[in-house]
Design a protein around this ligand. Structure first.
Ligand code: NI
Length: 199
């Protein structure tokens, strides 16, 4: 089932989400719904708060980055292995981030039509549980790290716009307000906080 994605301005997106355990009701179904929702919106990551569940879980599928990188030019080292980067992260903990910061124009399904450059470190060391509650401890880099960092922020109530300079944010104020009011064209299902209905 495709779920409506909460738009910028919804208070759930600003909340620090809660840890969950194996007994979380309907977990399997929620994960399946989140994948369906993410694919329908052509996203590469989706965090539970974005579908109104304030729990520490996000899903990723970076394979669209592999297609982008495969355009006949020089190999894109940041895309190595990204075609198989499909995972569920539950109760993740970023243990460490290292390397040089690099800029990338990020977007977010909750903030349609806006892309801005965000600087983040190259590598991320993260521990997390998968959908079977098996514990993992891994290091990711390139686009995989970038997706993780963006989605991890969501479970802490942080949006990519929070990383922008005050000036950049000010320039976006009007467009962000319009998104909250549903005054933006999107071709996937969203729920806008200022109009209180989904479409
Ligand atoms: Ni996002």
């Amino acid at each position: 089932m495709i779920l409506p994605i909460l738009a910028y301005g919804d208070p759930v997106l600003k909340k620090e989400a809660e840890e969950l355990n194996k007994a979380f009701p309907g977990l399997k179904g929620l994960i399946a719904d989140m994948y369906e929702t993410m694919y329908a919106a052509q996203g590469v990551g989706l965090a539970a708060p974005q579908v109104g569940k304030s729990i520490r879980m996000f899903i990723v599928d970076g394979s669209p980055f592999a297609d982008d990188a495969d355009d006949g030019e020089e190999p894109d080292l940041k895309a190595v292995g990204i075609e198989n980067f499909k995972k569920v992260f539950i109760n993740p903990i970023i243990e460490e981030e290292e390397g040089e910061e690099w800029g990338f124009h990020e977007g977010c399904l909750s903030i349609p039509k806006i892309r801005e450059e965000v600087f983040r470190k190259e590598k991320v060391h993260i521990s997390y549980y998968d959908e079977n509650f098996q514990l993992h401890d891994e290091v990711f880099d390139g686009y995989a790290a970038r997706i993780i960092q963006h989605e991890y922020d969501h479970v802490d109530g942080i949006l990519f716009t929070d990383h922008l300079s005050p000036l950049k944010r000010r320039l976006l104020t009007k467009r962000l307000q319009n998104i909250s009011k549903g005054e933006v064209k999107v071709d996937y299902k969203m729920k806008f906080p200022k109009i209180k209905k989904s479409r």
